[in-house]
Design a protein around this ligand. Structure first.
Ligand code: URA
Length: 188
């Protein structure tokens, strides 16, 4: 790095190279899953352990799935739109999303899940090409490429909004997971 590079800048930002690829985070869970959970991109913990949704957000996601009665070991496959951690956990850029989408499409084709939960607005926009706010689309079943897709709030958002009141994001998400559980059961 040159001596006049600001120390808080990542070299890949300075050189406009995209992410420094430390670890590619592909998936967690069973390839036989009926439910695929698609998040935004790995965070620090995911990069460290090489699996999606294993940090604070992932722990909450696991808890919500379990509370709804969904068997994670049998029925769930986790992945992300973007496979490498964006520097400083920023949102992935449009270009990063476009470059990573073919890998996600391959994953969907190979795993062939009946149900896909789009976790947060990045996943919603990347797959559905829909800019409607997630607060409008969450909890709704949408037909996409012959599959049932449901956008849901991102657990990071739930961690920032912990109210358990009626109509709170947490309560709405719990009911979304119950709908997903019902759908999984109807497929058995
Ligand atoms: N947030 C995501 O969207 N994906 C992860 O894997 C972890 C946190």
């Amino acid at each position: 790095m040159s001596s006049n590079t600001p120390p808080d800048k990542d070299i890949s930002d300075v050189l406009n190279l995209g992410n420094p690829i430390n670890k590619i985070v592909v998936s967690r869970g069973t390839p036989l899953a009926k439910l695929m959970i698609v998040g935004e991109a790995p965070g620090a913990k995911e990069e460290e352990l090489g699996e999606p949704f294993v940090g604070r957000s992932g722990k909450l996601l696991d808890q919500l799935l379990q509370n709804a009665g969904i068997d994670i070991s049998q029925d769930v496959y986790f992945c992300n739109v973007v496979k490498c951690r964006p520097p400083k956990n920023r949102r992935p850029t449009k270009i990063e999303i476009q470059e990573n989408l073919p890998w996600l499409y391959q994953q969907i084709k190979l795993i062939n899940p009946e149900i896909i939960a789009l976790v947060g607005s990045t996943a919603l926009e990347a797959i559905l090409k829909n800019k409607s706010p997630i607060s409008i689309l969450r909890g709704k079943w949408i037909n996409w490429d012959g599959r049932l897709v449901m956008p849901i709030f991102h657990p990071a958002y739930l961690l920032r909004n912990q109210s358990k009141e009626d109509g709170s994001p947490m309560r709405l998400t719990k009911s979304d997971f119950l709908k997903i559980k019902e759908k999984i059961d109807s497929l058995k």
